[in-house]
Design a protein around this ligand. Sequence first.
Ligand code: ADP
Length: 721
Amino acid sequence: MRRLLALLVFATFSPLLCAEEPVTIGVLSHRGDEATVAHWSKTAEYLGEQLPGFHFTIVPLDFDEVDPAVGSGSVDFILVNPAIYVNLEVRHRVSRIATMKNSWKGRPYNLFGGVLFARAERYDLNQLTDLRGATMMAVDETSLGGFMMALRELKIVGINAYRELGKISFGGTHDNVVMAVREGRVDVGTVRTDILERMQDEGRIKLSEFRIINAHEHTTIGEHENFPLVHSTTLYPEWPFSKVRHTPNSLATSVSVALARMPQDHPAAVAGNYAGWTIPLDYQPVHDLLRELQLPPYQHQERFTLIDVVVRYWGWIFGGVVLLLFMVVMTSWVLRLNRALKAAKTQLELQHALILDSVADGIYGVDTEGNATFVNQAMESLTGWRADELIGRNQHLLLHHTHADGSHFPSGECPVYHTFRDNQARYVDDDVFWHKDGHSIPVEYSSTPIRNARGEATGAVVVFRNISERRRAAEESRQHQNEMAHVARLSTMGEMASGIAHELNQPLSAISNYTRGCIRMLQSAEGITQVGQMVAAMEQVAGQAERAGEIIRQLRRFVRKEAPESDWVDIEELLRSLLKFVQPELRKARVKLDLKLESSLPTLWAHGIQLEQVLLNLIRNAIDAMQDNEGERLLRVHACQEGSAVVIEVSDNGHGISREVQDKLFTPFVTTKKQGMGLGLSISKGIIESHGGEMGLHSKSGVGTTFTITIPLRREGMTHE
Ligand code: ADP
């Protein structure tokens, strides 16, 4: 319809204006398009006359059409109310070129305001603050003079019209508002200035029927002039005539000049119901009003109070507070947990230290550099070093730098270093650590890797003990055993004394006989000729003397107190000489000997005399066991090498040993003999074990007994090859 009208207007004048440049003026059409065209076409004509070469056309625009028309540049000038103008100014940079003049009783003015009024008899309604709770009617929510201006005044005195007034209604037209108040349908009305005066002129109302609320008496609008109409609000500039952004400045200037020149009574002014144009006024008051009421274009610029923040963001704030509370709770929980963990850690450390310090063995840890990381109290007292002197320092250089024989001990060979390098635990039973004062401490120790979660060694823990005491005890025990063995040997010799005496008797009487024979030969006449016989006799004497000497040497060896140190022992020779020694006893007891020695038996690193003692004891026990044998008495002595050991068996076919005696046979003082001491077997077992060997027994009552001795060729602690 609007486009049609525009075309119609254009068509009306087009024949005359073929060569003229078209110029469009958009006008807010608040009273219908036809009325708008009727109102403003004379003004367009006037401009056409003033600016030859241009043809001006009125384009009526609805409120909704104004913004798109200006935005798209489909109009060149725009004539709208000040509130819409302010929006266009902000959004599309339109600029005013003239402000419309109004007139009252022949006096032009270019400002207007709002009037708040009630019926004259409402004496209770004088001030704006009296309006709280009152019902109010306005023209329209978008009406500047008929609503917004009053709204701002109320806001200035702290009244939120929407909340604090009884009710707000809208009459649609100024006249309706006036009549509603007049008829008492509402307490208060608000319209733009000049409405009441014009209606009075028309005879429809009397001003005296109304009371003006918050009346501004003397509002100056010129140097000597007051605003002539009743009003309750600040005054604002009238409608502006504006150019759109694309419109050339030269055209705008020409239009502005033409408008300013228009006489007050020009037909165009009369038709448009205005009184000409003046230079454009300042529209800042309108900006201020819209900003204060938070209306477009300032709808989002309200001052944000704390309450607004709370209202708008309550969800976030609530979430934030909950989160904060949660964090506070979590933090205090974590802090408490941390405190508890710290206490537990301290407790554990105390316990740890207590355990470490209550152990008699020295304990220390080292890192992969070999530096001590912790030590216990025993370590301090065993080495003489204080913990603070040890921690962080290299344990090998402090404690382990030198071997027992005084030679340098390189750290690369230290078993503790090997432990964390190859991640293997190890045990060393004989080593020395060095005390702070320089003396050595014989020690045994274990070194165990400290592993991290991935199983990698991050150091080692060493547990060591001073073995001086144990060594002394072992030495004492060895000496004791030697003494016992000596006593046993003496006892054996005592028992064998008569046999030995008898054995000695034989060579002695042989020597005596041979010597007498020689004497007789020397005394006889033919003695000189019998030199050969005498030499033979003397050789016999020497042989017998050597035999006697051998027996005595054996005897002396046997009764010597100190057993000689270990030496290489030829087992075959040892057995043969021993059996020679017991030969008289065997003979006397009518025992037959079965000696079987494996050829090339190895030599043993052993205490020869102690081995002889063991074998002698076994042989004598065997002889004793067979003394009641009616038949043959057979002693078997066999020796051979089995693997890396020498095995010697001594068997008899005597009465054997009952099971119950067997069980406690190696216990000291267990004997079945009247004269026996019961020490022989326990001493023998001790001797064999001290050689790293073992002693076994196999016996059957009435059949015989076999003792087996197994002695390893090499044993731990052997220092000679
Ligand atoms: P003793 O000979 O002084 O009794 P031993 O310790 O040598 O002490 O022997 C303990 C006991 O073992 C003997 O009293 C004897 O009963 C028994 N015994 C040892 N050897 C034999 C053997 N070959 N045959 C039978 N009994 C034996």
